[in-house]
Design a protein around this ligand. Structure first.
Ligand code: SF4
Ligand code: SF4
Length: 459
């Protein structure tokens, strides 16, 4: 009879069978991946708790469109920077993938890091190796099976809960998260629902959907077909050296390649492919097959690297990696984008001021013999602090008079608008268009010098 658990396990596999890969334990690259994963996980879980000047070091509050990178706040007014930043990031991924294939997937993608270095290890620890896991899955429900499955899924849920909280901490900040966790639940129903929804979502991803995320769902994985070519460095089987494959037999005198057809490289593959059939979209470059095959080569005293990081062209023609024309073109565009982004970031002001003469008006003649021009002002405060503003005309013959309330305080992240008149005695006007300079100070510091014109009649 099909159980609910069986159904969920089957649900995970929509285009293939549930995989039970053997762990490539003891492998050189697997050890390195473990170290890299440790650093990445520490960073991922630690970053939301770091602060700079009383604010999060990183925040990605898409709900309020507020972002903090390395302690610097970015507001909706910085949208152009975010857009260029995203474009640069996408192009970087393209260039990187063209050159080095899915290196990101195997070493740094959160899906692979969590799946291979946490969830898969817990599964092995509780249910035993890949053969024991298969047996347990096929077995009828006994107290032992219930105990193992309950422990495994309980731990999976706990980790999914931790990921969900961390994920939310990046969006709403750790202080708000702590408030949701410690305050009266009735005050935070939305926040609690979000924690619950994300916990279930992460649990399903890692417990049920698993490698199908990389093989079927991930758009980056789908892109490989377009981005990779014969020169891209990927995890590849050296068929020139390996074929014709065959089991090692003492009396066999037929010419043989180095592959002894032990199928270990297939057994360890988390996506269940045979790398000896060539580069496939399902390969996430996890290097498990490299480690497995190196182990075999060591045993039969052949050089390691029958499966290794190499390009198809490199294997065919024994060529080394070359920085070819396509890569040069992508890199040139990337350098331009990075330069533009760096220039914009370096020149980004904490406070942006725009002073414009009111459109449709030239000048007004006052009863007291003065001439006035009306100006509109916009000030954006991109800092975390409120700022006290002051406008001062540098030309001594001119006087500034606010329309309505003076433009004084601008709150953090806000845009404030106002208007003022500039006035001068008519007899001081010597040309139709007098160049004017206005100094803008914020909290006593000069932040801008705005140049504009004053229109007036020449007597
Ligand atoms: S692990 Fe190496 S030797 Fe064994 S089948 Fe794979 S490629 Fe051949
Ligand atoms: S073929 Fe090798 S590198 Fe690719 S996913 Fe399978 S084990 Fe990992």
């Amino acid at each position: 009879m099909t159980t609910a658990d069986d159904l969920l396990e089957d649900l995970a596999i929509t285009s293939g069978k549930r995989q039970y890969p053997r762990l490539p334990e003891g492998g050189r690259l697997y050890r390195w991946r473990g170290i890299v994963a440790g650093v990445l996980l520490l960073t991922l879980f630690g970053l939301p708790w770091l602060e700079f000047e009383g604010h999060p070091l990183f925040l990605f509050n898409v709900l309020e469109r507020k972002f903090i990178f390395f302690g610097v706040p970015f507001w909706p007014q910085d949208f152009h920077l975010v857009a260029i930043g995203l474009l640069t990031f996408i192009l970087f991924i393209v260039v990187f993938t063209v050159a080095f294939g899915r290196l990101w997937c195997g070493w740094a993608c959160p899906q692979t890091v969590f799946m291979e270095m946490i969830f898969r290890k817990i599964e092995n620890w509780i249910e035993g190796d890949y053969k024991a896991q298969k047996r347990l899955q096929a077995a009828t429900w006994t107290a032992e099976k219930i105990r193992k499955k309950a422990l495994k899924h309980g731990l999976f849920l706990l980790i999914a809960f931790a990921i969900s909280n961390t994920f939310l901490a990046y969006i709403i900040g750790k202080d708000e998260l702590l408030r949701i966790q410690t305050d009266d639940p009735a005050n935070h129903l939305g926040g609690l629902a979000a924690i619950l929804i994300f916990t279930v979502l992460f649990y399903l991803v890692f417990a049920k959907v698993r490698e199908m995320v990389c093989v079927v769902i991930c758009p980056y994985g789908r892109l490989q077909g377009v981005l990779l070519d014969k020169k891209s460095i990927v995890v590849a089987y050296d068929y020139v050296r390996g074929e014709p494959r065959g089991k090692l037999k003492k009396q066999d005198t037929a010419p043989k390649g180095d592959c002894v057809d032990c199928s270990l490289c297939v057994q360890v593959c988390p996506t269940g492919i045979d790398i000896r059939k060539g580069t496939q979209l399902e390969c996430i470059n996890c290097t498990a097959c490299i480690d497995a095959c190196d182990g075999v080569m060591n045993k039969i005293q052949k050089p390691i690297g029958l499966i290794r990081y190499a390009s198809q062209e490199g294997i065919e023609q024994h060529k080394k990696f070359r920085f070819d024309g396509r890569l040069q073109a992508y890199t040139a565009v990337l350098v331009v984008l990075i330069s533009v982004l760096s220039y914009l970031l370096i020149n980004r002001k904490d406070v942006e001021t725009t002073v414009l003469r009111a459109s449709g008006l030239t000048f007004q003649q006052q009863d007291n013999g003065q001439v006035s021009n009306l100006y509109t002002v916009e000030v954006i405060n991109k800092t975390f602090r409120p700022i006290e503003l002051n406008f001062k005309v540098k030309n001594p013959d001119f006087q500034l008079q606010y329309v309505g309330q003076a433009l004084k305080t601008v709150r953090p992240g806000e845009l404030t608008k106002g208007s003022f008149f500039l006035l001068t005695p008519a007899k001081k006007i010597t040309e139709n268009k007098t160049p004017i300079e206005i100094e803008v100070t914020a909290n006593g510091q000069l932040i801008d010098q705005v140049k504009t014109n004053f229109m007036g009649p020449v007597e």
